[in-house]
Design a protein around this ligand. Sequence first.
Ligand SMILES: Nc1ncnc2c1ncn2[C@@H]1O[C@H](COP(=O)(O)OP(=O)(O)O)[C@@H](O)[C@H]1O
Ligand code: SF4
Ligand SMILES: [Mg+2]
Length: 329
Amino acid sequence: MSSKVYFHIKDLKINFKSFEGEKTVLNIDEIRIDRGKSYGIIGESGTGKTVLALSILKLLQMPPGRVVRGEISLEGENLLNMSQKRMQSEIRGKKISMIFQDPMSTLNPVFNIGDQIIKVIMENQNLNKRDAYSKAVEMINTVKLPDAENIMKKYPHELSGGQRQRVIIALALSCGAQFIIADEPTRNLDVTIQAGILKLIRELQKNLKVTVLFIANNPGLVSATCDDTAILYKGEIVERGKTREVLKNAKHPYTQMLLNAVPKNRKNEIDLNKLVFTEGNAGDDGKGCLYYDRCLKRQDKCRKKQELLQLGENHFVKCCLYKGDNDDE
Ligand SMILES: Nc1ncnc2c1ncn2[C@@H]1O[C@H](COP(=O)(O)OP(=O)(O)O)[C@@H](O)[C@H]1O
Ligand code: SF4
Ligand SMILES: [Mg+2]
């Protein structure tokens, strides 16, 4: 049991069917997260981040989606083989909770915050209403919202964006889940509020030992939050490793471009909209580098299938510039 990887994605390929035929939107070699660790996924819009998050919880609509191959396992069990019934009764909320970009998609506008958290606690923890109330207050304190009893009485629209996102985190924790997927949880918040939420996620990870998969479109957001990081481009991981290594010693031309787009003095703020984005469409196996069209360092050999190369103990890059280059400098 102890030797098992807590969360492990292996060779996952997901396609979407459309009018023009089938296209690959995710083609991931490996993501492994040990219990209690945080893992960041960085990628621009349309690169498959939400498809990944939904696939983990088996919430991706199929069709149009289709799992071509692969494995997503939690504590050694492949979730892709699990029935929807078991996913609902044993996994969603119980073991894995998701924090979405838009808190309003999770909160019900017609119930106050207290009622919503109490309901989740009663459903998941077998407590009576009185104890669930105390637990709800405790959860609101855990996410560092002041005056918990007052927050409980508020309706979602009466809270700010940052407060709502904290309530969502409280809800996710109220279910007792030990693994949290946060899909761009700070995207619609301004920079100072973002920083507070990131700090909170980091603290929860450290204090409550929850495991976190943190999805972002901005390298500045994962630098202080995640132990490991993967850079996703058109559905494929082009670079991954320890966050420090990937961000301080970036090797892939795409990672380097992303990092150059982060203003040095305001690292939590980045206007990725100023960059040219391409629709996600992971390469079919056997095709050349997906970044070829945009890469300033491209060469003829880049047209061949690119393998993920190991550069250091825990640093991988998918770019033939490093072929035959074993040292990390
Ligand atoms: N229901 C769907 N049907 C067809 N294609 C989809 C569907 N949902 C997402 N896609 C495609 O999958 C790719 C990845 O989308 P998504 O995971 O939402 O990107 P991200 O979260 O990184 O912005 C996009 O190219 C998008 O067009
Ligand atoms: S493989 Fe070639 S085109 Fe792709 S990122 Fe590396 S240098 Fe650029
Ligand atoms: Mg998304």
